[in-house]
Design a protein around this ligand. Structure first.
Ligand SMILES: NC(=O)c1ccc[n+]([C@@H]2O[C@H](COP(=O)([O-])OP(=O)(O)OC[C@H]3O[C@@H](n4cnc5c(N)ncnc54)[C@H](O)[C@@H]3O)[C@@H](O)[C@H]2O)c1
Ligand SMILES: N[C@@H](CC=O)C(=O)O
Length: 487
């Protein structure tokens, strides 16, 4: 690892302020998906060690919640600054473990750091309220209190920002956290732990456990001391964690899969819209919950749009993220096989295929491909492709495209392209999605409530709502007060 600060590359878990390996010495190789070189290992902790992490976090809770919120915010600001100071190293680590282009990695460090800054400020405004009393001589109100220890499971596609969006909120609210990163990408999480320690975040407050996912989730979900489970990942695993957590009734925040529609109306310039659609589809090699999976184009501009989409797509370079390509590798070979299966299925069911002819620069790479004339029977329509495979279909009316776009169990994000205000309103209101972006690929950021409906999840991250996930509302009634009025 070529890092300016080699101490950012940690191959041990981080529990109670100590770097720790598994008591049985078990570990797993971490592979650079571009070269398939082993870049290091991550420790596989045993179940008892995960329980010890819960004890450490629980023990740290009383002191951390008692730290004045302005002081907690100062520590988070210090953490935020350290992320910026070490941006190059963090981006490099991310490219090595995840494969994304270095520039995207830099962007993710900025994005990830912005959540820490946001919640450091937001926690200062965790207001309760007073309630005009219906009880004589009583004072009523609410205060906000931290829920307790939060456990967070994060995916490999955004190895840093998916942690800070959760942990920034939890720590700001006064909750210690235990992070379980994806085994494919543990190093960004462990570098965050190193920087949290340098920022003065006390031992036991920010923990990173690595291990066999099923063991870790079973221990954390069944431990009643864990008060919040926050998960970003597939809908399949989200459902599993819900089941595992039911015995101890916890708060759950779930950011699950997406199958975003991208709707282009015929008042748009086909070339400009196609360029935007390519940007919305192929970032992080399509391994993005916001990726424009299904692109619906109105008939009048359909053929023109398709031709321009293919041209923009073919201009994307594919290769190692360290060499400044547009499209890096997929996370592993299984993902390439799945993408191939989706393309084959579409062709068998009548789709036209464009792209994909260029030679892939390695086993884990997939050359951008688009299936045209997609229908609801095809896998590309039904599944989150999580790869550089796009689908384009035609529509005639607004009602028809709303029906097509909503014909999925997912409801995370949708894109609408039109300059017609009345159509914008109709489409925006008709789409069953947690987030709708009109004429803009970029929609996320720290100030917004990120999240989905239907099987895309529960709860919101970011914005003011993101903090609420880690706060309980305590109602109080002060009875028999000497001079309480009704307000
Ligand atoms: N909605 C969002 O904000 C958002 C953001 C990023 C990714 N995602 C989704 O994440 C998925 C891709 O990420 P992924 O493949 O890492 O997801 P995944 O569900 O396979 O794994 C996510 C995390 O859960 C862990 N995990 C915990 N218990 C597990 C268990 N019993 N079995 C397996 N894993 C367990 C994994 O180790 C990993 O850390 C996609 O569906 C994508 O849409 C959603
Ligand atoms: N791009 C998303 C992550 C989904 O994979 C985000 O901005 O949070």
């Amino acid at each position: 690892m070529k890092l300016n600060d080699p101490r950012l590359f940690r191959q041990y878990a981080y529990v109670d302020g100590k770097w720790t390996h598994g008591t049985e010495g078990r570990e797993e190789a971490v592979i650079d998906p571009a070269t398939q070189e082993t870049i290091g290992h991550c420790a596989l902790l045993e179940a008892a060690q995960i329980t010890e992490a819960v004890t450490a976090a629980e023990n740290a809770f009383a002191a951390w919640r008692a730290v004045n919120v302005h002081e907690r915010a100062e520590k988070l600001h210090a953490w935020y600054r350290l992320l910026h100071e070490h941006k190059e190293d963090l981006a490099y680590l991310m490219t090595r473990e995840q494969g994304k282009p270095l520039n995207d990695g830099r962007g993710e460090v900025d994005y990830g750091a912005s959540f820490i800054q946001w919640f450091a400020e937001e926690a200062k405004r965790a207001y309760g309220m007073t309630i005009p009393s219906h009880i004589p001589n009583a004072a009523l109100g609410t205060i906000k209190e931290p829920v307790g220890v939060a456990a967070m499971f994060t995916p490999w596609n955004f190895p840093l920002a998916m942690i800070t969006r959760k942990a920034g909120a939890a720590l700001a609210a006064g909750c210690p956290v235990i992070v379980k990163p994806a085994n494919e990408t543990p190093y960004s999480a462990l570098a965050l732990a190193e920087l949290a320690e340098r920022a003065g975040i006390p031992a036991g407050v920010f923990n990173v456990v690595t291990g066999d996912p099923a063991t870790v989730s079973e221990v954390l979900c069944s431990d009643s001391r864990i008060r919040n489970i926050s998960f970003t990942g597939s809908t399949r695993v989200g459902k599993l964690l819900m089941r595992q957590s039911s015995s101890s009734v916890k708060r759950m925040s779930l950011e699950l899969g997406g199958n975003a529609p991208f709707i282009v109306c015929d008042d748009m310039d086909p070339d400009a819209a196609a360029k935007e659609a390519v940007a919305a589809k192929f970032q992080t090699a399509g391994q993005d919950c916001l990726a424009a999976n299904r692109i619906f184009v109105q008939r009048g501009i359909y053929d023109d749009f398709v031709a321009r989409f293919v041209a923009h797509m073919e201009a994307l370079t594919v290769g190692n993220g360290l060499e400044n390509n547009d499209i890096g590798p997929l996370i592993h070979k299984r993902a390439v096989e799945s993408a191939n299966g989706i393309v084959e299925d579409g062709i068998n069911k009548g789709a036209r295929r464009f792209g994909g002819e260029r030679k892939a620069p390695g086993e884990n790479f997939f050359v951008p491909t688009v299936l045209v004339d997609i229908t609801p029977e095809m896998r590309v329509f039904r599944e989150e492709t999580f790869s550089p495979v796009a689908g384009i279909g035609v529509f005639d009316s607004d009602d028809e495209v709303i029906q097509l776009a909503n014909d999925t169990e997912y409801g995370l994000a949708a894109y609408v392209y039109t300059n017609d205000l009345r159509r914008t309103w109709k489409l925006m209101r008709g789409l069953e999605y947690g987030m709708v972006s009109v004429n803009s690929v970029k929609m996320t950021g720290a100030p917004i409530p990120f999240g989905g409906i239907k099987q895309s999840g529960l709860g919101r991250e970011g914005g003011a709502q993101g903090l609420e996930e880690y706060l309980d509302t305590k109602y109080y009634c002060l009875g028999n007060m000497p001079s309480a009025s009704s307000s």
